[in-house]
Ligand binder design. Structure first.
Ligand code: ZN
Length: 154
């Protein structure tokens, strides 16, 4: 996302919208973009530097470390901010700043039940069970059998 410095008025600029996901080069590492990056930013120039603050959010598909199933998770950065010195160019690409903050807010050991509303099948089964169950994913839309087994063990 390129910011044209000339388009920033003295009292700052408010930007709100969507941008293509900045994580595309990470595809294949168990992280997949789901939809665009959403941003709501205030930008300004002061003392030869560009600053911004606001919120950014990106939904990604992650692989659960317990059950190995994929699930969607929204990464929100509620206090996104950066400050970068200007060295002459008329445009500044702020995508690297957004990518870095999204990555910093990625859960290091993602669990599919972290947002609630989902029961992780891997939470109470052994690793070999989890692997064989994940191999069956796709054939069955709802694995009620696994849910029932989890309830019985409580
Ligand atoms: Zn899980």
């Amino acid at each position: 996302m390129k910011i044209h410095l000339k388009q920033i008025p003295p009292d700052g600029l408010h930007l709100e919208g969507e941008e293509s996901c900045p994580l595309n080069e990470l595809a294949g590492q168990d992280i997949r973009c789901v939809g665009p990056l959403r941003y709501n930013l205030d930008l300004g120039i002061s003392d030869g530097a560009l600053w911004a603050n606001g919120t950014i959010a990106q939904t990604v598909e992650l692989r659960c470390v317990a059950c190995l199933e994929k699930f969607e998770h929204e990464i929100r950065v509620p206090a996104f901010a950066f400050h970068t010195e200007l060295h002459g160019p008329e445009t500044v690409d702020i995508t690297p700043f957004m990518r870095e903050d999204i990555l910093l807010n990625l859960p290091p050991y993602p669990h599919c039940d972290r947002d609630g509303g989902r029961v992780c099948k891997g939470a109470k089964v052994t690793k070999s069970d989890a692997v064989s169950e994940s191999a069956d994913v796709g054939k069955r839309e709802h694995d009620w059998g696994a849910l029932d087994r989890l309830k019985l063990r409580k």
